[in-house]
Design a protein around this ligand. Structure first.
Ligand SMILES: *Cc1c(COP(=O)(O)O)cnc(C)c1O
Length: 407
């Protein structure tokens, strides 16, 4: 089928009109910052004008600002196979990584290693290293090669933390199998779902996962700097005294007591006042996903990424791109990456043509596929632009080689 025929048969096509996308732009970076849902504009304006401006402090109750972390958390939970009361929307992914790791360590007396893979997203590794330093190196942050993780799980390992879909290559881990393996060795399993939530169907309950974290501003379209989320399996919640003991996690925050006492359940993993404006935008993005069938989202994602890799195959040969993602679309998330020594400049030239992907050092060009708003026609056109950039050496201009702060 042609890209146009694929789009005509696409059951998710009607979602595109729910997003405010600039005319003519081909946006293949929803894996980094999701597009703006049209309803988010109205919702944030309403929250500012009416709830903040009009309701002022009364909106904490009247507009249920205070319930946002749990309410939005439960909605995210439905997308990732969690039960009600197992997810909160809060803080950044980095902070939630800290919370999950320290909770897992607290549950595992006698075990002192937290294990991950080298090349994981840097913040996950840095937070592990920070915990090592904070504990006077009593807890050890251990990073091994990706294919050595499973063999490195022994009875010293308190927790294994992995990103389910790798941020550079898109390579996807088998959540159920790895979780079972970790637990067979007595370790707890923490999944980073930053590139999974809203991208692929996830079933934390079926996998019996212990903890998970993820991002609100990527596939969930929650807006720049949107709060992330934290999942704690119900069986662990009341067994943990959180490392970050803030008043929003207190059993009675408005009793204003001197002594910390954790709230029952997932609420104890909250720290402080939620960022209401960011939460309001995030809820709109999550609500959109609740209208979509994740199996259909996955099927379209595979169809888009297959079309792209088919169109890229001859270009890879001609212009020296090396596929950095698994060739089998069922083994990757919702992105396809290529290596090229001039990757940064090529991406700048593409952006100048209105095709937005991103670059990850040292040499990765990343293209994300977001089935709610990406079309097959755009994907085919993007490959055409890549060919044109290479044929005319458009990338070979000094201004495309100057690195910005954010790549
Ligand atoms: C994007 C991403 C993050 C981002 O963390 P922030 O705290 O939101 O900056 C963390 N981990 C992974 C795996 C990511 O892909």
């Amino acid at each position: 089928m042609t890209p146009q025929e694929l789009d005509a048969a696409d059951a998710l096509a009607h979602f595109r009109d729910r997003f405010a996308l600039p005319e003519g732009l081909i946006y293949l970076d929803g894996n980094s910052l999701g597009a703006l849902p049209k309803a988010a504009e109205a919702r944030v304006l309403e929250t500012v004008r009416s709830e903040w401006g009009g309701g002022l402090i009364t909106s904490w109750n009247k507009a249920d600002w205070v319930g946002m972390p749990q309410r939005i958390g439960d909605k995210i939970g439905r997308l990732i196979g969690a039960r009600p009361g197992e997810v909160v929307a809060c803080d950044s992914t980095s902070i939630n990584v800290f919370k999950a790791l320290t909770a897992a360590i607290a549950l595992q007396p006698g075990r002192n290693v937290i294990l991950s893979e080298s090349g994981n997203f840097p913040t996950d590794i840095y937070i592990m290293q920070g915990i090592e330093a904070l504990t006077g190196r009593e807890v050890r942050a251990q990073m091994v090669q990706p294919d050595e993780v499973e063999g490195a799980i022994d009875d010293s390992v308190a927790a294994v933390m992995l990103t389910q879909v790798h941020y550079k290559t898109g390579k996807m881990r088998d959540m159920a199998r790895v979780t079972e393996l970790a637990q067979d060795h007595g370790a707890l399993m923490i999944w980073d779902l930053s590139h999974s939530a809203g991208a692929i169907p996830v079933d934390l309950a079926a996998a019996n996962a212990d903890f998970a974290v993820g991002c609100g501003y990527k596939y969930l379209n929650g807006g720049p700097g949107a709060p992330g989320f934290l999942y704690v399996a119900e069986r662990h919640q009341n067994a943990v005294t959180p490392a970050l003991t803030g008043w929003f996690g207190h059993a009675a925050p408005f009793a204003f007591e001197d002594c910390y006492e954790p709230a029952p359940g997932i609420a104890r993993f909250l720290i402080g006042t939620p960022p209401v404006l960011g939460m309001a935008a995030l809820e709109v993005g999550v609500d959109l996903f609740l209208e979509a069938d994740m199996a259909a989202v996955r099927a379209k994602s595979i169809s888009l990424s297959q079309l792209f890799s088919e169109r890229m195959a001859p270009l890879a040969e001609r212009w020296g791109f090396a596929l950095a993602s698994p060739a089998d679309p069922t083994e990757r998330g919702s992105q396809v990456s290529y290596r090229h020594p001039e990757g940064y400049a090529i991406m700048q030239a593409l952006i100048a043509r209105g095709v937005i992907g991103d670059f990850r050092a040292p040499d990765i060009l990343r293209f994300g596929f977001t089935p709610l708003y990406t079309t097959h026609a755009e994907v085919a056109a993007a490959a055409g632009h890549i060919d044109a950039v290479m044929a005319a050496r458009e990338w070979d201009r000094p201004e495309y080689k100057v690195r910005s702060a954010v790549t």
